[in-house]
Design a protein around this ligand. Structure first.
Ligand SMILES: [Mg+2]
Length: 364
């Protein structure tokens, strides 16, 4: 089998919030690059990537150029192909657009491998046929008004979610009392039975993170996510040591080496892996192994329709972040039911492109 062609499409997916019917913003979109990698035997691999933001057109071209390098190669033997891409374009890496583009290629190659084997990806990777824990993400954003947030909490509970994530580091100047008020309002609206995570997206100083971690410890957080700059390893170690809430981090790290340094320096309780910044599924699995060797669970970032396979297969897979930013491209995706996702039985990623949606959201 050889790769014979490709199609790369830049989509502007809707900025909506389908989990709790939260505010949407029709004036914006989420640029997403969809890759279809075609073979001489009619098998088509689906890959995608984003996080290119205002440089998404450049990311699209990078995916196209890499896909062109795949022509004539056996998709079932990816190592020589990745070596070729590295030799031709690796100088533009190892992070940034190079890695984001490589992620789309790698995901499509795994989809082809699954389809050829006739197995869903989670099974191909050694996972068991059982529901995977998941949590609702993106429905309790820091920008949302004080009135919207408790309403969204009630909707999430009514919809059956068992764990949800909120954000702190509210807009404007740091205000300790306002932060505590927000988490208190959310805990009150959710009740005590719902697991709660909190993402700070690197917006606190080390001192603020220590102070806030101590102040909000009584709200029973499952984890505090990226309280400080991801590359401030001594700062991360201080936060982990001097306040009691477990720490999750990792989504901002590109490739394997950064995770090794993070685990050595700060040993977060939960290692969060982004499939795009990781460079695709192959490096994702290596990062999960590294975390497993250090006794740390892994949690996913974005792309739940891909990550469900990986969390299901990793022995230390803990939970899938249900952040539904990419679901609009597909006809059907696994959907959270009572806090779990059921991985599909269809081969590969088990995803089918929604042609009408691709037409609707296509930018170029
Ligand atoms: Mg995060």
């Amino acid at each position: 089998m050889v790769i014979t062609g490709h199609e790369v499409i830049l989509l502007g997916l809707p900025v909506d919030e389908p989990l709790a019917g939260g505010p949407s913003d029709p004036s914006r979109n989420r640029p997403t690059i969809l890759l279809l990698l075609r073979t001489d035997e009619g098998v088509e691999g689906i890959g995608f990537t984003f996080l290119g933001a205002a440089l998404s057109r450049a990311l699209k071209v990078a995916v196209e150029d890499m896909a062109e390098m795949c022509i004539g190669h056996d998709p079932l033997d990816p190592e020589p192909l990745v070596a070729k891409i590295s030799a031709l374009a690796g100088g533009s890496g190892p992070a940034g657009i190079y890695t984001l583009a490589l992620a789309a290629i790698d995901i499509a190659l795994w989809d082809i491998r699954g389809k050829v084997s006739g197995q869903p990806l989670w099974r191909l990777l050694g996972g068991k046929d059982k529901p995977v824990p998941t949590y609702a993400s993106g429905a309790l954003m820091r920008e949302f008004d004080d009135e919207v947030v408790p309403m969204a909490c009630r909707r999430l509970v009514e919809a059956g979610h068992r764990h949800v994530k909120m954000q702190l580091a509210l807009p404007g100047e740091y205000n300790r009392e306002r932060e505590i008020q927000r988490i208190g309002d959310i805990r009150a609206a959710l009740g005590d039975d719902i697991g709660l995570m909190c993402d700070v997206n690197q917006r606190w100083t080390v001192q603020q993170a220590v102070e806030m971690g101590q102040a909000i410890a009584g709200f029973g957080l499952c984890w505090l996510e990226d309280p400080v700059a991801h590359d401030d390893l001594p700062g991360q170690a201080t936060v982990a040591r001097e306040q009691p809430v477990p720490i999750a981090t990792g989504e901002y790290i590109y490739g394997l080496g950064g995770f090794s340094q993070l685990l050595d320096a700060a040993a977060p309780h939960f290692v969060m892996i982004d499939p795009f910044r990781a460079g695709g599924i192959t490096p994702w699995l290596r990062i999960a192994e590294l975390a497993h060797a250090r006794g740390r669970p892994v949690v996913s970032h974005l792309a739940p329709e891909v990550q469900v396979h990986l969390i299901a297969a990793a022995p230390n897979g803990h939970t899938v972040e249900y952040m539904p930013w990419s679901i609009a491209m597909f006809k059907e995706v696994p959907w959270p039911r009572q806090g779990f996702l059921q991985p599909g039985k269809a081969p590969g990623l088990g995803l089918e492109i929604d042609a009408a949606a691709v037409k609707r959201y296509r930018l170029s």
